[in-house]
Ligand binder design. Structure first.
Ligand code: RFL
Ligand code: PHB
Length: 395
């Protein structure tokens, strides 16, 4: 058995785990990152695409935004579509110049891995089965086991950054935490297409047949989503069927419709809202999807992960450098304030834009009325804009 001593043991090399490890390094705090998947898998997994203003600022001030600044696409507005007509929400105009940046999550992950390697950080991919031990005592440790070989990482703290299906949250004793959950009666079928975007901004479309989203990844790649049943089989969706449905739902009265291209990836994503409280037990601190999931409609998941680790890194700095554990004790309470606001916004955007099969005719009319209010009232649009670009970090 091999034994390593570190200050913070981090489970998971997604945006949360990698960013935390980088921020800790900037504070002179040592960490080890354990990841079950390969580096290539982490760098190629297509997921989120929209960075809030605060996440961009944070990546910049942490010195990991040089490629983001070159390749990221700053968007100063989004479009909402209703009855085949688009309405622009001028995000920047409504938020004193704030904007979002379209830059793939896997690109953020690539940039962070490259920086951790340059800084000689201890990151272990394909590390085998990870388990957490002695988490309610002063000397917790992580164990990873592969082909009979075991490694133990002894640390002061464990950061559970291993996503919704990770091992950190289930390692906490039953009854210690409370989960709040909502599932939605639909999913998203997403594709990545080799087609240059023909709109400058994202288009969120309400349609009688279900929601559709037009997004992008680069000047050559379009990302599109369709609301579908949660039990849908991806094999039932040929590329032709997907494009035909995208044309029906996204096609606008002025003749615009998405440009087709080779489908490079397709998959189905379920929709869930979930929060665990508190986000900490003993010496384990949960961050990102390990502690909360939002439906992707508000584009908040990766941004919340970034906000969590910012609070955690700062709390750990205060602990090691100022000898004060007050911020660490406040970690969960501080994060949850933001998490619940993002939950509210994501739930609201989801409810506003999707087709609910069991909605009564009255409820459908209300949904349309709300969309019309939003696209016709500056006050209503300002609230959407404020949340979409991201609430202030201290919120
Ligand atoms: P991740 O990215 O899931 O990373 C967790 C890492 O932990 C590893 N892992 C383990 N490692 C060791 N031991 C174990 N036992 C482990 N179990 C798991 C995993 O392999 C993985 O590498 O969590 P993190 O870092 O908290 O980041 C969260 C984000 O990934 C997530 O919130 C976003 O992708 C959500 N999301 C969006 N967020 C946005 O901010 N803006 C968006 O536009 C946006 N769009 C989306 C999205 C998520 C989507 N899907 C696929 C769920 C669009 C979609 C379709
Ligand atoms: C994406 O580009 O993947 C994306 C954009 C906006 C969302 C969700 C996903 O709300």
């Amino acid at each position: 058995m091999h034994r390593t001593q570190t200050q913070v043991g981090i489970v998971g090399a997604g945006p949360a785990g990698l960013m935390l490890s980088h921020l800790l390094q900037l504070h002179g705090i040592h960490s080890v990152v354990l990841e079950t998947r390969s580096r290539q898998y982490c760098e190629e997994r297509i997921r989120a695409g929209v960075l809030e203003q605060g996440s961009v600022d944070m990546l910049r001030s942490a010195g990991v935004a040089s490629r983001l600044d070159k390749e990221g696409m700053r968007h100063e507005g989004i479009e909402l579509g209703l009855n085949r007509v688009r309405h622009r929400i001028p995000l920047s105009e409504l938020t004193n110049g704030k904007a979002v940046t379209v830059y793939g999550q896997h690109e953020v992950v690539k940039d962070l891995i490259a920086r951790r390697i340059a800084d000689r950080g201890d990151m272990r991919f394909e590390c085998g089965t990870v388990s957490l031990h002695a988490i309610d005592g002063p000397r917790p440790f992580l164990r990873c086991e592969r082909e009979g070989e075991a490694d133990e990482i002894h640390c002061d703290y464990i950061a559970g950054c291993d996503g919704f299906h990770g091992i950190s949250r289930p390692s906490i004793p039953d009854g210690a935490l409370t989960g709040y959950e909502r599932t939605y009666p639909f999913a998203w079928l997403g594709i990545l297409a080799e087609a240059p975007p023909t709109r400058e901004e994202l288009l969120y479309m309400y349609h009688d047949r279900g929601f559709a989203l037009y997004s992008m990844r680069s000047p050559a790649l379009t990302r599109l989503y369709l609301q579908c049943r949660p039990d849908e089989d991806i094999d039932d969706w040929s590329d032709d069927r997907i494009w035909s449905e995208l044309h029906t739902r996204l096609g606008c009265a002025d003749g615009w419709r998405p440009q087709e291209g080779r489908v490079l990836q397709k998959g189905i994503t379920w929709m869930r809202s979930y929060v665990i409280e508190p986000m900490q037990y003993g010496r384990v601190y949960l961050a990102g999807d390990a502690a909360h999931i939002v439906p992707p409609t508000g584009a908040k998941g990766m941004n919340l992960a970034m906000a969590d680790v910012r609070v955690l890194a700062e709390a750990m700095r205060a602990c090691y450098k100022d000898n004060s554990s007050a911020r660490l004790e406040q970690y969960s309470a501080v994060c949850l304030r933001r998490v619940w606001k993002a939950q509210r916004f994501s739930w609201w955007m989801t409810s506003l834009l999707h087709r609910f099969e069991d909605a009564s005719p009255f409820e459908r009319r209300l949904q349309i009325a709300e969309l019309e209010y939003l696209t016709g009232s500056r006050a209503a649009a300002a609230s959407l804009a404020e949340n979409y670009v991201g609430l202030p970090m201290e919120c």
